[in-house]
Design a protein around this ligand. Structure first.
Ligand SMILES: Nc1ncnc2c1ncn2[C@@H]1O[C@H](COP(=O)(O)OP(=O)(O)OP(=O)(O)O)[C@@H](O)[C@H]1O
Length: 228
């Protein structure tokens, strides 16, 4: 569903990604771990078609991102470290803006926004300016923004950041439903327990290369034992 083949990325002389290949299939939630500065966010940005790799390619649903980038972006739901929300607009206005960006009709946007705001617990704050939301509430809105157009592929960079236990439960529920509907998700985390029972595989990024294994292995790899 989303595939990277031989992706290289350098910042100056520093090699961040050294020929990274991965494939996340329909119905899979895959966890991605690695030490700070390993290149996880860079990889997510490349898969989200926000950064162009130096070499290698990204395919989404079999289509080459170099040819169909603009259209394929609409097939992706992306959570980055930045919320990508407009702080001077209200919660509803932000979702209306993104609905237009994703090519949804107004009625469809309003219907979907109502469902998602209820789900993430922001329904009482629909008409509040984003500047007045707490960090965790912004993260909840960021999730609603990423899921608004019901994308088949989710790329989530530390999506649990700022969420309380209830919010984390909501996110896990949304991910489970996405997976059960045949969607694909790649999720960066520093705490594999956040994806317990959800992630079917784990990828560890270290020194520009990916390795793959089950959850316990990912934890040990993260701690630096037997990662190579
Ligand atoms: N625009 C940039 N300018 C300079 N260096 C960059 C830039 N983007 C990424 N890097 C470097 O690339 C490396 C990978 O960064 P990245 O943010 O992808 O790591 P990460 O694994 O997501 O880290 P963390 O766990 O801390 O979020 C780092 O050494 C970082 O300094």
């Amino acid at each position: 569903m989303i595939r990277a083949e031989g992706v290289w990325y350098r910042v100056g002389h520093q090699v961040v990604l050294a020929g990274v290949s991965l494939h996340v299939r329909p119905g899979e939630v895959v966890g991605l771990v690695g030490p700070n500065g390993a290149g996880k966010s860079t990889l997510i940005r490349i898969l989200a078609l926000l950064l162009r790799p130096e070499a290698g390619c990204v395919r989404i649903e079999g289509r080459d991102a170099r040819e169909d980038g603009a259209e394929l972006r609409r097939r992706l739901g992306v959570v980055l470290h930045e919320s990508l929300l407009y702080t001077t607009l209200t919660v509803a206005e932000n979702l209306e803006f993104y609905g237009r960006l994703y090519g949804l009709g107004r009625a469809q946007t309003l219907r979907r926004a109502a469902v998602l705001l209820e789900r993430v617990g922001l329904q009482p704050h629909t008409h509040l300016q984003v500047a007045r939301l707490s960090h965790g509430m912004r993260q909840r809105l960021t999730l609603a923004r990423a899921l608004l157009h019901d994308p088949p592929v989710l790329l989530l960079d530390e999506p649990f950041t700022g969420l309380d236990a209830e919010g984390a439960g909501v996110l896990r529920g949304l991910l489970r439903e996405h997976r059960d509907r045949g969607g694909a998700a790649l999720v960066v985390t520093h705490d594999p327990s956040e994806l317990e029972g959800l992630a079917c595989r784990w990828l560890t990024l270290r020194e520009g290369r990916l390795a793959e294994g089950p959850a316990g292995w990912a934890l040990r790899a993260l701690a630096g034992e037997g990662s190579r």
